[in-house]
Design a protein around this ligand. Structure first.
Ligand code: NAG
Ligand code: NAG
Ligand code: NAG
Ligand code: NAG
Ligand code: NAG
Ligand code: NAG
Ligand code: NAG
Ligand code: NAG
Ligand code: NAG
Ligand code: NAG
Ligand code: NAG
Length: 454
């Protein structure tokens, strides 16, 4: 009896320990860019717990809203045309093994729910609140958290408070305008930046999509010629994998017998190209758009303004909700996930070729902007062997500590407070001012994010 219980456990251990070249596994959900359900990519796989001798004394989080039913653009450009084509087709799907599920499949996205949070989205946001509360047991529950005004960001903030606080109503959720003339003073500063183009990157992405999708459409058309599969249809399949998963819990479209692992990776790269040129290193304004959040947040964590003017709300935790565009610009402002790092060169375009995948790129949108993606900055008091006693800072992206290029000499590759001030000044110079970089064309712009002020 004992051996029959022990045997499966022994096999399980053997499986994890042994080298098994014939057991390749691939999870499309970790390669879905902007529609990836939350996960910890372990990029890099550094230990997220505070370094030896360090206590976190304050922290700030910038969080993308949780999972939604569908984004307008994704729905109107790809999903809706594909779903309409499905409803029109004469193809008898039950005769085609790969697509037999389509004979009964129903679109999970209704017009009414489109931009709303899903149930799992609300749950994941509340869970993140619990994770933050558990991680920072010694820190005070915040009086305020901030969010842009869209319903999906406000609802994400509300859900987070359910997990974060003992009594969610004790936290004031401050809504910040998403208007187009707010300068840097919002959680959607790209909206107020005339030099930012929401369509940037789509040419590069479309070029790569049309290239990698050609064999896919040829294969699908050999199975169901009457459907006349297009590259856009194959793109819709990957989007539906993500959205249907966060709506229903799973999706038949996520199968590797529909798109092979290599094809999922090509879809991911298509998105990486798009975000690279839209809000990443491939856009000249990304860093300038992201820097005001970094600057205001560091000022609040440092507490430099508290005694001068009460300019900053005195909290231990500063948490803000936004859309998918802001976190990547903050990542550029911080110099993270930089394909060119350590290369001694800065040939931005060549790191993201348009005709082949750079599998060694640092810029992976699935790691940068999945649903509920978060960029955290931790302030730490350290008394660690081999380091001066003092205040240090470190950045985590989706729970993975990130080493700041030029400021990582402290415990756990953290950045010492005095050095942080110098480093921030260098970053400000490198990325450029918001107003001038954005070529702001209205009179009342500002380069300062002041939402934390009461
Ligand atoms: C569906 O069929 C109708 C009628 O034939 C046609 O007008 C429409 O363009 C078709 N839609 C798609 C998405 O193919
Ligand atoms: C589709 O194919 C199945 C299996 O061959 C068959 O039973 C069914 O009647 C067909 N349906 C239609 C609408 O032709
Ligand atoms: C600039 O003016 C517009 C219109 O009155 C207003 O909505 C916006 O908040 C102002 N921007 C700033 C940064 O004060
Ligand atoms: C297939 O779709 C393409 C792209 O929409 C279109 O140009 C072409 O005419 C279609 N072919 C057939 C046979 O319907
Ligand atoms: C602010 O003032 C209080 C009281 O004078 C002092 O204890 C505290 O250290 C000061 N904080 C900062 C960040 O200077
Ligand atoms: C800062 O806030 C405290 C408490 O609200 C108040 O007593 C104090 O006068 C304020 N200081 C300044 C400089 O506004
Ligand atoms: C990216 O890395 C390269 C090489 O170190 C550097 O020249 C460039 O300034 C970095 N870009 C940003 C925005 O930090
Ligand atoms: C890089 O690509 C962008 C977008 O295609 C283009 O505008 C820019 O001129 C390119 N830069 C270089 C140095 O080739
Ligand atoms: C960290 O917290 C522990 C437990 O409260 C305390 O013993 C230790 O002195 C603190 N270390 C620093 C560097 O603040
Ligand atoms: C601050 O930076 C200087 C120069 O890079 C370095 O020598 C020093 O070790 C750093 N200090 C700490 C505490 O990391
Ligand atoms: C950073 O914030 C401080 C305090 O608000 C401000 O004086 C400084 O101009 C800001 N720097 C940039 C580059 O925005």
């Amino acid at each position: 009896m004992h051996s029959s219980i022990l045997l499966p456990a022994a096999l399980l251990i053997a499986e994890t320990l042994s080298h098994s070249p014939n057991s390749y596994k691939f999870d499309p959900l970790q390669h879905l860019a902007g529609v990836a359900p939350p996960f910890d990519p372990l990029d890099p796989p550094l230990d997220p717990s505070p370094p030896q001798g360090c206590n976190v004394t304050r922290a700030a989080y910038l969080i993308r809203h949780a999972a939604i039913y569908a984004n307008d653009f994704d729905y109107e450009s790809y999903i809706e045309p594909f779903v309409q084509k499905l409803s029109n087709t004469t193809v008898n799907w039950s005769t085609i093994p790969t697509f037999s599920f389509l004979s009964t499949w129903q679109n999970p996205i209704s017009d009414a729910e489109q931009e709303m949070l899903t149930r799992s989205g609300k749950l994941e946001a509340a869970k993140l609140g619990v994770d933050i509360a558990q991680r920072y047991q010694g820190l005070r529950t915040p009086e305020k958290i901030w969010t842009s005004t869209a319903e999906r960001t406000v609802k994400s903030a509300q859900s987070l408070t359910q997990g974060l606080a003992d009594d969610a109503s004790s936290i004031d959720i401050v809504q910040v305008s998403e208007g187009g003339e707010e300068g840097a003073n919002s959680l959607t500063p790209y909206e107020s930046c005339p030099a930012y183009s929401s369509s940037a990157g789509s040419d590069q992405a479309t070029a790569f999509l049309n290239q990698y999708a050609a064999p896919i459409t040829a294969r699908f058309n050999s199975m169901s010629p009457a459907f006349n599969w297009t590259a856009s249809d194959t793109y819709a399949i990957a989007l539906l994998c993500g959205y249907e998963t966060v709506i229903r819990g799973s999706s038949p479209f996520c199968s590797t017998s529909i798109l092979s692992p290599n094809e999922w990776l090509a879809w991911e790269y298509t998105n990486d190209l798009m975000y690279f040129y839209n809000t990443g290193y491939g856009s000249a304004v990304s860093g300038a758009i992201g820097f005001p959040w970094v600057n205001a947040t560091m000022n609040s964590l440092m507490g430099t303004q508290n005694n001068m003017s009460n300019a900053t709300t005195d909290q231990d935790l500063y948490i803000s909700f936004t859309h998918r565009e802001l976190p990547p610009t903050v990542i550029v402002a911080l110099g993270l996930f930089n394909n060119s790092a350590f290369s001694g060169a800065n040939n931005i375009n060549r790191t993201m070729p348009l005709n082949t995948i750079n599998h060694r790129r640092a810029w992976k949108s699935s790691h940068i902007l999945p649903f509920l993606t978060n960029v955290a900055i931790e302030k730490m008091g350290c008394d660690s062997y081999g380091f001066d006693e003092g205040t240090y800072y470190r950045v985590l992206v989706n729970n993975s500590p990130q080493s700041l290029d030029g400021c990582s000499d402290g415990p756990g590759e953290s950045c010492e407070q005095g050095n942080m001030t110098t480093w921030l000044g260098e970053r400000a110079e490198l990325v450029g001012e918001y107003g001038t970089s954005c070529m702001v064309d209205y009179g009342n712009s500002t380069d300062i994010l002041s939402i934390y002020s009461s």
